[in-house]
Design a protein around this ligand. Structure first.
Ligand SMILES: [Zn+2]
Length: 269
């Protein structure tokens, strides 16, 4: 691809991204560089937001303890960012710099540097928010702690064994059936984390239904996909009820909210 022929042809449609007020200093070389880098920048932004949208799901869905599919996805994305940086740098070095005038040099190098820093930042920060967690293991560890605490819970007054039949993940008063003393059942801070684990873990377990819904939606649109979305949501809250029993009403509210959001917003996308 010849950078100059391409951009001569498209000159009338070029957009000037950041220098509307000093048009005088904008030679066509500056403009062409801005357009060229602007397109690469846009592609990098698209990749960055794609990672924010689907990266965590890919990481969570990867059952491999070494997270190999996720790492493959990550490596592929980094390679694409690197290719963008490479493409911009090569064009800048080989096709722009040899043709630049002394007057243009400061401006041109600043445009390139800003672009370079911008794409580099996107690449290095893209995966910052994504944690490579093993949710099933975290949940199993929490439940082990909980079960141990529950099985060793005795009345502080008479030492009688107190049976806990409901799942309490926050501190709760339990009356001793033998001596009526109020005891505090507090499984600890680690167990409280299960509250934040319920949704991502349920999403992970229902990933197949989610994929099926997405597939249908891509093929037939949001209206037609509503039924599949409901199936996914129902499975999701069933799973949340299993992970975190005793919050059925809250989980039902969560279902209602997600479904009404779908009806209100998704169909306009
Ligand atoms: Zn007692």
């Amino acid at each position: 691809m010849n950078f100059f022929n391409l951009y001569k042809k498209n000159k009338s449609s070029t957009t000037n991204t950041n220098t509307a007020n000093d048009v005088d200093a904008d030679t066509s070389l500056v403009q062409r560089l801005q357009t060229f880098l602007g397109k690469l920048y846009q592609r990098a932004e698209e990749m960055h937001s794609e990672i924010q949208v689907s990266g965590q799901r890919i990481a969570d869905a990867d059952k491999d303890p070494f997270k190999r599919s996720f790492l493959q996805f990550k490596a592929g994305m980094i390679a694409q960012f690197t290719a963008i940086i490479q493409k911009g740098s090569n064009t800048y070095q080989e096709e722009v710099i040899p043709k630049v005038s002394t007057m243009e040099l400061v401006k041109i190098s600043q445009i390139f540097n800003d672009w370079h820093v911008g794409v580099l930042n996107m690449m290095t920060s893209a995966f910052d928010q994504i944690s490579e967690r093993d949710l099933e293991k975290e949940y199993a560890d929490i439940m082990k702690t909980y079960t141990h605490y529950k099985d060793h819970f005795h009345c502080k007054q008479c030492g009688g064994k107190l049976e806990i039949s409901t799942f309490y993940f926050t501190a709760t008063y339990i009356a001793c059936p033998y001596c009526r003393t109020q005891n505090t059942f507090d499984p600890g801070t680690q167990v409280r984390l299960v509250e934040h684990l319920a949704r991502p873990l349920a999403e992970l377990r229902c990933n197949e239904l989610y994929e099926r819904y997405q597939e249908h939606r891509r093929a037939f649109g949001t209206d037609s996909a509503k039924e599949k979305y409901q199936l996914y949501l129902q499975a999701l809250i069933d799973e949340m009820n299993r992970i975190l029993p005793g919050l059925t009403a809250q989980h039902q509210n969560f279902y209602d909210r997600l479904l009404s959001d779908y009806e209100r917003f998704e169909q306009f996308r």
